[in-house]
Design a protein around this ligand. Structure first.
Ligand SMILES: [Zn+2]
Length: 403
């Protein structure tokens, strides 16, 4: 993602997802993704005169899957720190770093075992935290020059076989190569990816799955015999709906990032945090029970309200800027508080489900920065996380940790 200046032009290589990954994830070669659910019982309508608007149903955090050497550290962090902070949902960005039994060929470097994931799941349970696995199943199938396991092992799923990362790698800006995408219309795709979803859901005992879906720049590519010339919004919506339907059969909920559903040109939110490639009309084509994770890392635009008005539950999602996180929280509170003004006001208020703090760094680095045992590139990120959750706790006095 990149912000714009007053002329609508991208402002240099500020912070985008790749920068976050490059900062801490180089050794792990992780792609982007992440997310979690909110069930009916959590979606309590606020009542006039009641302070329910301050009680955010979802208080989530995105953490990269730890290196195998850091699993114990991650479990300690989950068990001890997250409940104290008030986090009630952990989205674990696993990507392909798991020893899949259904597709062992897709395990990336330093993949977690089922036992590792079970330990993390047990730590979450002990901390009263819901665990949601996350693997990006659309774009981000490459990381700079590296082709990630799905397309490395199944090149037939590549939406653009001849449109490849530049060598040597350069970040080409808003309209050049960014990451590889899968072809959502390949007839064998779901036979491979749905078992991955099922395995991660089972190991995490999850009732939701975050499938990424951010920054899909390669979609409806002219080189794809199935998708070339098709409407990107329809292609996006069809893929999201297929995954949503699969999860719904198991009482699971799909979470996705928001950016492809926002018109980047009209809003001037541009190509990363919004869509410049005509996917945004998919907002009217996808099922409204998909939970939208509205990542905005530079400021706090009123986009969560847009998703609520369009019928979606939404989480505002900041990263490493404390002032931005607090501004987004203030906006969420404002809309939730409005739910007390009239009966009809409750509908939009209840769709503002809460906050979703994110870290794209190596998990060990973030955790060590959090504890202050190491000064590293996660220090600012950890500071923003702490500032956000301190403010959330301040607004829910008397609540036991993790409640
Ligand atoms: Zn295709």
């Amino acid at each position: 993602m990149k912000p714009a200046n007053g002329d609508g032009q991208p402002v240099g290589p500020v912070i985008n997802r790749r920068d976050f990954l490059a900062l801490g994830g180089a050794a792990l070669s992780l792609a982007a993704a992440g997310g979690l659910p909110a069930k009916a019982e959590e979606t309590k309508p606020v009542s006039p005169g009641q302070p329910g608007w301050k009680e955010l149903p979802v208080r989530a955090f995105l953490l990269s899957a730890p290196e195998t050497k850091d699993v114990a550290l991650a479990c300690q962090f989950i068990r001890e720190a997250l409940p104290k902070e008030g986090v009630n949902t952990l989205v674990l960005r696993i990507e392909y770093r798991y020893q899949f039994k259904s597709h062992p060929e897709l395990a990336d470097f330093d993949a977690l075992s089922r036992d590792d994931l079970r330990q993390i799941s047990e730590a979450c349970k002990a901390g009263g935290i819901k665990l949601i696995p996350c693997t990006n199943l659309f774009a981000h199938q490459s990381e700079q020059e590296k082709i990630l396991p799905l397309l490395a092992k199944y090149p037939q799923f590549d939406e653009s076989p001849e449109y490849n990362p530049p060598h040597p790698w350069v970040n080409g800006g808003a309209f050049d190569f960014y990451t590889k995408s899968v072809c959502p219309q390949h007839p064998d795709l779901y036979k491979v990816i749905l078992p991955l979803v099922d395995e991660l859901m089972e190991a995490c005992e999850a009732d939701a799955f975050h499938a990424g879906f951010d920054e899909v720049w390669v979609i409806g590519h002219p080189q794809c015999p199935r998708c070339g010339g098709k409407d990107p919004a329809e292609l996006f919506a069809r893929h999201a709906t297929r995954l949503r339907d699969h999860l719904a059969e198991k009482n699971g909920r799909l979470w996705i990032w928001s950016d492809r559903l926002l018109d980047g040109k009209t809003s001037n939110l541009l190509a990363w945090q919004a869509s410049m490639n005509n996917t945004w009309r998919a907002i009217d084509l996808i099922p409204q029970d998909i939970l939208i994770c509205d990542w905005k890392y530079e400021d706090a635009p009123p986009t969560p309200a847009y998703f609520a008005i369009k019928g979606f539950d939404v989480l505002a999602s900041p990263c490493d800027k404390a002032d931005v996180a607090l501004a987004q929280l203030e906006m969420v509170y404002l809309i939730r508080q409005n739910g007390g003004r009239a009966d009809f006001s409750k509908t939009l208020a209840a769709r503002m489900q809460g906050m979703f703090a994110t870290s794209w760094l190596d998990a060990g680095k973030f955790i060590r920065a959090y504890y202050g045992t190491e000064e590293n590139e996660g220090t600012k990120n950890a500071g923003a996380f702490k500032a956000l959750f301190a403010e959330i706790r301040r607004n829910r006095p008397g609540k036991s940790a993790g409640a």
